[in-house]
Design a protein around this ligand. Sequence first.
Ligand code: FES
Length: 293
Amino acid sequence: MTTTNLILIGVAVVAIFGAMGAFAIAFRRTSRDTRPDWESQVEPDARRADQSLRGVRVEPPVVAEPEPEAAAVTTAEPEPEPETPAEPEREPVGVTVVEVQRVVEVSPEEAGITRRQFFNRALGATFGLWGAGLGLGFLAYFWPRVSGGFGADINAGNVNDIIGELRDADGNVVPLFIPEARAYIVPAPARLSEQFEGRQVEAAGLMALYQRCVHLGCRVPWCATSQGFECPCHGSKYNEIGEYFAGPAPRNLDRFVVEVTDSNDFIIHTGTIVETPRAPAPSVEYPRGPSCI
Ligand code: FES
């Protein structure tokens, strides 16, 4: 299993779990009433007082009727009373206003969701959807394109036409670059080193090298004078069939599985990248002239 496949599987798993988490958070239902039990935290005296108020109705104010004055029994003028300081007027007594407090238990379904629950779920759903979108974006980026382009099988053209373009008049190699495949087609030597045996990287005397440097991914250009690939980023060098020669690159240039069809077309399977270790004994001489870097 290649590194790309592992990444695809990992991203798919993350995306699926992200989507599941989002839906679980957004649509979860509480199986029990999670409201805080305030009554258990109230002081016993306060609770008794509260109980005493339950069921009491609001009584209208009671106003005491004034006592009827006694009939006068004499016509004698009353003696003037001694003057006393006037007392302040008092509020009428006997008025009681009591609020009726009733605690009505309702089910979670009747109560609906609280504002806090709503925001918690909205936040969870937002993060979940964001994660799922991110995962799907990665998946879309890495997913091999089956309808053409890099990641699919690329038809580079007729084998004879390709071979005719791979050398100049002096017999020097001129790799054919295939942009859709991001690959250089180069002539394979008559005898390949054993690291390529059984890897299906040669067909009709041709190989397809991935343009990407195996050190840190720069595009590696061809150097006509040295007859090799030389990376301008950190100086890795490879011979004409991409075997490691110098620099920080850890292995040979990667290459693709190739085949020739019945109609003699050269097919590059860009969805299958073949990695090979540094060649212990290069198959092709390098350099054959001045370096480009
Ligand atoms: S990326 Fe090519 S040598 Fe570093």
